[in-house]
Design a protein around this ligand. Structure first.
Ligand code: CMP
Length: 143
């Protein structure tokens, strides 16, 4: 089953949006297979956002993403990578449609509540930054 990496960013955690975000994924029909609350190390953040190293916004992104706890999650289900991106809305909350997470709750391109992997390959790479293999739960025996 396809998996994706989703991360509620420090602004989402501080604004008590964790339950709402998790609820949206649950109600849509996806399965939560791994979750943890953590403060990113600079090393994790640089690895996660390595494609943005050198861009003008990178220092701000690094400082912000390590500024408070995030909720790291792995969600599983049919076409979950692209569906999660649709549920989140465009990166810039001003361009994100109402009804999407960023469209409903975001104000700023940096503090945009949530991150989701942009491809199956990115999802695998990002999951490996935050989770060991034995930290994911299989539902095969329960459903
Ligand atoms: P995310 O999906 O986590 O991936 C990279 C992040 O960089 C993006 O969301 C934004 O929150 C952040 N970012 C900050 N400034 C910019 C910018 N000017 N353009 C694109 N992304 C930005």
């Amino acid at each position: 089953m396809e998996q994706t990496y989703v991360m509620i960013k420090p602004d989402g955690v501080q604004r008590n949006l964790v339950g709402d975000v998790i609820g949206r994924f649950e109600k849509k029909g996806y399965k939560l297979v791994a979750i943890k609350l953590l403060l990113l190390t600079e090393e994790q953040a640089k690895e996660h956002y390595r494609e943005h190293v050198g861009k003008p916004f990178f220092p701000g992104l690094l400082g912000y993403i390590t500024s408070g706890p995030v909720v790291a999650m792995v969600w599983a289900g049919k076409d979950v990578v692209s569906a999660a991106r649709k549920m989140m809305g465009k990166t810039n909350p001003l361009e994100a449609e109402p009804g999407t997470i960023r469209g409903d709750y975001g104000l700023d391109i940096g503090r945009n509540v949530i991150h989701g992997a942009d491809s199956v390959e990115s999802a695998q790479r990002e999951i490996a930054i935050y989770f060991k293999e034995d930290e994911s739960t299989s539902y095969e025996k329960t459903i």
